[in-house]
Design a protein around this ligand. Structure first.
Ligand SMILES: [Zn+2]
Length: 143
């Protein structure tokens, strides 16, 4: 019982994609997800629920040629969306350009055991981005 409590959270493979099905991905992440709900000018409009992972935990299964890119402001973030159906299943975030930010709303049903959503004040990004810095680091996954 006590051993279980200190165990590393179970990592599962979540699958998901865009609405038309051309863009498909897999991401290795805990079954119990802590997602961020950001209020910046982009996320407020798209309703993106953020799960930032190291690049090594993400696989684009199909649809690389179906992705369009949109950049604004500093141009660091690569906002990627399916050019057919307009859905944004994942992108390269400004806070973690070495990682991938996956949209928990784009996951197939069934793999998420528990979803905790925490607000992130992206409207005042410069004051808060440091809190996200380590999310794309591989070593984080081992504690
Ligand atoms: Zn699509």
């Amino acid at each position: 019982m006590y051993a279980r409590m200190s165990a590393i959270p179970e990592i599962v493979t979540h699958r998901g994609g865009c609405h038309c099905g051309r863009v498909r991905f897999e991401v290795d992440a805990p079954a119990e997800i802590d997602a961020l709900d950001c209020n910046c000018s982009m996320c407020r409009l798209s309703g993106f629920l953020h799960l930032i992972v190291p690049k090594s935990a993400f696989r684009l299964v199909s649809g690389e040629q179906d992705l369009s890119e949109y950049r604004f402001g500093t141009g660091v973030a690569r906002h990627l969306f399916c050019r057919h159906c307009g859905i944004k299943p994942f992108y390269v975030p400004r806070s973690n350009p070495d990682g991938i930010d996956v949209n928990v709303r784009a996951f197939d049903r069934g793999s998420v055991q528990r979803l905790t959503v925490t607000p992130f004040d992206g409207e005042h990004w410069e004051q808060h981005a440091d809190a996200l810095r380590d999310l794309s680091r591989d070593e984080r996954r081992d504690g």
